[in-house]
Write a protein that binds this ligand. Structure first.
Ligand SMILES: [Zn+2]
Length: 323
């Protein structure tokens, strides 16, 4: 069974369907797609530039961009079984008919036909075209976590220069990407939530930004609630523990002395504690007549404890207790 498309594929599809395309940006966006999802087929008279995506919307967009430039393109669907079953959409542009011209137009090859690691020409001169380049890189090679599962956007390149180029463009838009090597590949990534959100806004992924922000808010809320609950549980158990140790202490007083020998204000509190072992000091104070604040209640408990300690040491000394 084919799986529901991941959040990442959904955002790519959204960008592919909705982001505006200006005619000046066509080449920059296609060039970025070629860099990140492109491959070349050679030999057999079937030389072609291929763009492969899991998103049919992305494939359609590439097809449309090519058509707008007046280039020949076809879309094929392939069923892929490894590593998991999924449909792949392949846009192929024949290099046989269009030859080197196409690679040069996309800045992938220079005038002499040599393939270049950095884009040739003036494809990225304008701001809108640089955004289109970011968009193409995202559709072709971006990886975005599910919302609420960490804020991570990364791009994988097999070519350091192309990675550096993307990093530079992102920096020009005020982003702060990092770069690192992973085996043969070069990774460019954004780790902070604000940065990932800003990138999605830059490439026109409005829904993606919303879903991303929602996930982020939910996660923050969950963390906050967890913190509160943990904090309250800690406080509650502390109060309960204190209450129980007071009950124990009052029990000792009762056995050795009898609560009726205590001064009335201490006796009231002791009885109240026995009937409300889990109440907080404030709650006990409110139940007293007349009511008493927390520190007052605390003070009376200190007196009770003092008596209990006195009782213990005098029992050892065999002396009489004086109140
Ligand atoms: Zn443009």
């Amino acid at each position: 069974m084919a799986k529901e498309p991941s959040f990442c594929v959904q955002v790519k599809s959204e960008v592919a369907r909705q982001a505006e395309v200006r005619s000046c940006c066509l080449r920059a966006e296609l060039a970025a797609c070629a860099r990140t999802m492109g491959s070349m087929r050679i030999g057999n008279n079937r030389e072609a530039l291929l763009f492969t995506s899991e998103s049919p919307a992305v494939a359609r967009r590439i097809f449309k961009l090519a058509r707008q430039l007046g280039w020949q393109a076809d879309i094929l669907v392939r069923l892929c079984t490894r590593p998991r079953q999924r449909r792949l959409f392949v846009v192929q542009m024949s290099l046989r008919q269009q030859g080197l011209f196409l690679l040069q137009e996309l800045g992938l090859a220079d005038r002499k036909g040599r393939l270049k690691d950095r884009l040739e020409g003036r494809l990225l001169d304008r701001n809108c075209c640089r955004r289109a380049y970011l968009r193409g890189c995202f559709m072709g090679g971006g990886f975005l976590n599910q919302p609420g599962h960490g804020y991570n956007l990364e791009f994988v390149f097999d070519n350091n220069e192309a990675a550096e180029e993307l990093k530079e463009i992102m920096t020009q838009f005020g982003l702060n990407p990092s770069r690192r090597q992973r085996k043969e590949s070069c990774l460019v990534y954004l780790k902070e939530a604000d940065q990932v959100g800003e990138f999605l806004r830059l490439i026109g992924a409005t829904q993606g930004v919303l879903a991303f922000e929602n996930g982020r808010i939910l996660k923050d809320m969950r963390n906050q609630v967890n913190r509160l609950v943990n904090c309250e549980t800690a406080n509650v158990s502390k109060a309960v523990e204190a209450g129980l140790s007071q009950v124990e202490m009052i029990g000792r007083l009762q056995n050795r002395l009898g609560l009726e020998s205590l001064p009335p204000r201490l006796q009231d509190l002791a009885l109240l504690r026995l009937s409300h072992p889990e109440a907080s000091l404030q709650e006990l104070g409110r139940l007293l007549d007349p009511p008493l604040g927390k520190s007052g209640v605390n003070h009376r408990f200190r007196q009770l404890r003092l008596i209990a300690e006195q009782l213990r040491s005098e029992k050892r000394a065999g002396a009489r207790l004086r109140l």
